[in-house]
Design a protein around this ligand. Structure first.
Ligand SMILES: [Mn+2]
Length: 393
């Protein structure tokens, strides 16, 4: 085993330098993967978890050669749609070529020895992402802040609890396990803080005790940084947040399909029938009227949405827009699909989400609502609609 790779970029470059047959030890290849939206939280959590596991294993005699590879669950070319993530990674000298994406996972799967197993830690997710079901054999550990699907009950750790950001749970887990190892904590604090601040709107919304604890610990560590260069200006979390947020909200120059897939999750809702409902959710950082203006008007925009819908084999496509204006949060919900299905679904979630129609019509297979319950994000909207579906079908 070569010498200890101390920083995150060194660790990632080390992983990249090894052939797959070496990373698979004892006929097992171990990865860590976030959810398919591949947002800052998922990416930061997966990289950090793998890095800390590596540092931790180095101090044990038996596990020294066990490596965990962080996987980002989108194609490599889609990283460019995440301008906030790119900004943070660049700031920390983590280069795109050091990262592993879906294509890399597929490639690894082909190159591990015949009969070898692929084990996965899940972060920001508590079941195997749908598109990876055929690649992953076992789930060995979970840290997540989504609704607990009560699967993989023997995973270790298995931490699934309410938290503004999964990154807070990942930070606290390793902070305790590595007993506050100062150098390692300094490395991960800078990455995880980015995700925590984005997920909690700079510690103003969705903040839980786990987030407060993680941010307090991160700031203590960054304040101890020997010099400005080491902390890279990250002690000023307000400024850091503003820089990230403006990049996250910058979707200028993206095509409609880019906008729809930038922060996207797809599900198959199970009813009594055999087929289920294939449904996609795109979270979007701009108001629907802004999207119409920038993309040749309502008719053209909706047409592109329908193309996206048929391209992905979706029965229903839901756009969840959110933006802030003068300190107030706003949300809209746009739903496309078969009129009868839409009517059944909307009827059952309308009260909870406080929906007010402002465009389209259910009979035409597309309806647009103001969502006055601005606290409900995709994390809540998905289970509401899933429950509605299971009540009817
Ligand atoms: Mn998350």
């Amino acid at each position: 085993m070569s010498s200890l790779k101390k920083s995150i970029p060194e660790f990632l470059a080390h992983l990249k330098s090894l052939p797959t047959s070496v990373t698979a030890s004892n006929n097992v290849l171990t990865i860590c993967v976030g959810n398919e939206s591949a947002d800052m939280d998922s990416i930061a959590s997966a990289i950090t978890f793998s890095y800390c596991q590596y540092i931790y294993n180095q101090s044990s005699d038996s596990d020294k050669d066990n490596l965990t590879i962080p996987i980002i669950d989108v194609p490599r070319e889609d990283l460019s749609l995440r301008r906030d993530v790119k900004y943070v990674l660049e700031k920390l000298n983590i280069k795109e070529e050091m990262l592993f994406f879906i294509e890399d996972l597929k490639d690894m799967r082909e190159h591990i020895p015949h009969g070898a197993k692929l084990n996965s830690y899940l972060v920001d997710n508590n079941d195997i992402p749908k598109n990876l079901k055929n690649y992953i054999n076992n789930v060995v550990g979970i840290i997540d802040h989504h609704f607990d699907l009560k699967k993989h009950l023997d995973a270790e750790p298995r931490i699934v609890r309410v938290s503004g950001s999964c990154s807070s749970l990942v930070f606290n887990y390793w902070y305790e396990k590595l007993q506050g190892n100062h150098e390692v904590m300094m490395n991960i604090a800078r990455l995880l803080m980015g995700a925590i601040l984005i997920d909690t709107s700079n510690m103003e919304r969705k903040v839980e005790s786990s987030d407060r604890l993680a941010i307090k610990r991160c700031q203590e560590i960054l304040n101890l940084a020997a010099d400005e260069a080491t902390a890279q200006g990250l002690q000023d979390s307000d400024l850091f947040y503003k820089e990230m947020k403006s990049r996250k909200n910058d979707i200028k120059g993206f095509s409609v399909s880019d906008i729809l897939k930038k922060d996207y999750k797809q599900f198959n809702f199970q009813g009594k029938g055999p087929k289920g409902l294939e449904i996609g959710f795109s979270s979007i950082v701009k108001q629907i009227s802004w999207l119409f203006n920038k993309h040749d008007g309502e008719a053209q925009f909706i047409k592109q949405c329908r193309n996206f819908q048929s391209g992905r084999g979706l029965d229903v496509l839901v756009l969840l827009t959110s933006w802030r204006k003068a300190g107030e949060s706003h949300r809209e919900l746009v739903i496309l699909g078969d009129p009868k299905v839409l009517r059944e679904l909307v009827e059952r979630v309308s009260d909870k989400l406080e929906l007010q129609i402002f465009g389209g019509h259910l009979d035409q297979g597309v309806a647009m609502y103001k969502q006055l319950n601005v606290e409900a994000t995709r994390k809540q909207v998905v289970p509401y609609l899933e429950k509605a579906y299971s009540e009817v079908y």
